[in-house]
Design a protein around this ligand. Structure first.
Ligand code: ADP
Length: 379
């Protein structure tokens, strides 16, 4: 519009008021934290020079699902202010932790995510590995701990088989691949003979993985739990300092039973359930792109609704996902542009957003900013 151009021309020489910039940015609301980004303290290093405005937006996670939207809104709202000729937005992040007290284990890890399932073979390890990779690809520092003592799959899935080294201060150094720090019983076992693991032994091993592995500073540690909800799993959840749990299931109706058991287990140890992932949910024909719902698609979503926990997303049944895991290059690492990878990124964004919400609530002395508990059991 002619008047806008005219207005810009006449006000270009005047300094834009910082308050006006902040007021424009107050229009951007964080959908998970339900407050504007100025109130949340996300706007940092605001500089105004003539018609040029520059600032950082510091998010609580680099995996924020609305990062691009916030950036474009910031450009648009500030750019529309009279006198503004240039807007420089830098998106940064500082992952928050909900742990407020000193911890015996994993003190340098901000968030510990358990990935669990009611039974084996549903793709728990596949989800754990790809979730960890998706978080790391956003720029977070991430580790993957294979606590699945009954069937450690991290060595094969991540393409790593060396034996970890021990540092001078007697810490086990995690192995690294695809940008993740990795630890698995599979790296340490001498032979492939099955080991009979009882609850206390599992707890002890996990304790060692937490206390004796030099994880270093991590934003997220993803823990691949053994399948099932028995004593060993319960001990493990009691031993670990967990931030939240992700439950993986398949679409069949029986999912409800498995998921309920898994939720009850986390309820016993006071760990919030971040949500449910439905794996092997649908199949997309590689020739015609037709989406075929396999089994009884939607069981995971229905279980989430019935049990009152968030639904985090669905992953297709896809040969590439299987092949990636078998070849040591999970799909998120091997095919970052694929729709299957996009599904994992969506889930990672939701998990990270839930953890940010937990951390924010904790910093404000508990309570839930959404007015809804993360874990609500309907019995
Ligand atoms: P769990 O940890 O629950 O026992 P895994 O992650 O080891 O399950 O997966 C079991 C098998 O199913 C593996 O061979 C894996 O590659 C395959 N798989 C998992 N998810 C998918 C998927 N979405 N599409 C195709 N194959 C999958």
């Amino acid at each position: 519009m002619a008047t806008t151009v005219e207005q810009k021309r006449t006000t270009d020489d005047h300094e834009v008021a910082e308050d006006d910039v902040l007021n424009a940015l107050r229009r951007i609301i964080d959908p998970d934290l339900h407050r504007d980004i100025v109130q949340l303290g996300f706007v940092k290093h605001l500089r105004v020079c003539g018609g040029g405005v520059a600032f950082d937006i510091e998010l609580t996670t680099p995996a924020c699902p609305v990062k691009a939207q916030m950036e474009s809104q910031a450009r648009e709202f500030v750019g529309a202010l009279p006198g503004v000729s240039q807007v420089n937005v830098t998106m940064t992040s500082q992952v928050r932790s909900h742990f407020t007290e000193d911890r015996e284990y994993l003190a340098s890890v901000k968030n510990v995510i358990a990935v669990a399932s009611g039974k084996g073979g549903v793709g728990k390890s596949t989800v754990a590995a790809n979730l960890a990779l998706a978080l790391a690809k956003t720029g977070a520092a991430v580790g993957l701990m294979d606590a699945d003592v009954y069937g450690p799959s991290v060595p094969i899935m991540m393409g790593v088989s060396e034996r970890p080294e021990v540092s001078v201060d007697q810490k086990i150094l995690p192995l690294e691949n695809h940008g993740l720090k990795l630890m698995s019983i599979g790296f340490l076992a001498d032979d492939r003979a099955p080991i009979i693991w009882r609850g206390p032994m599992v707890g002890k091993l996990l304790q060692q993985f937490m206390s004796d592995v030099a994880w270093g500073d991590l934003d997220y540690l993803v823990m691949d739990l053994p399948p099932g909800t028995g004593d060993a799993q319960l001990t493990l959840c009691q031993t670990a300092t967990l931030s939240g749990a992700v439950i993986v299931t398949t679409p069949q109706e029986v999912a409800l039973e498995d998921v309920t058991r898994a939720i009850r287990m986390f309820e016993k140890v006071n760990v919030p359930v971040l949500g449910i992932v439905e794996n092997m949910s649908y199949y997309v024909c590689s020739h015609c792109g037709h989406r075929e719902e396999v089994f009884l698609h939607g069981g995971g979503q229905r279980a989430a609704e019935t049990l009152g926990v968030p639904f985090l997303g669905e992953i297709p049944l896809d040969p590439q996902i299987c092949l990636g895991g078998d070849n040591g290059v999970p799909i998120v690492a091997g095919n970052p542009e694929s729709p299957q990878t996009a599904a994992f990124f969506e889930i990672a964004g939701r998990v990270a957003a839930s953890l940010s919400t937990l951390a924010m609530e904790e910093s404000q002395g508990g309570g839930d900013s959404r007015g809804e508990p993360l874990l609500r059991i309907v019995s």
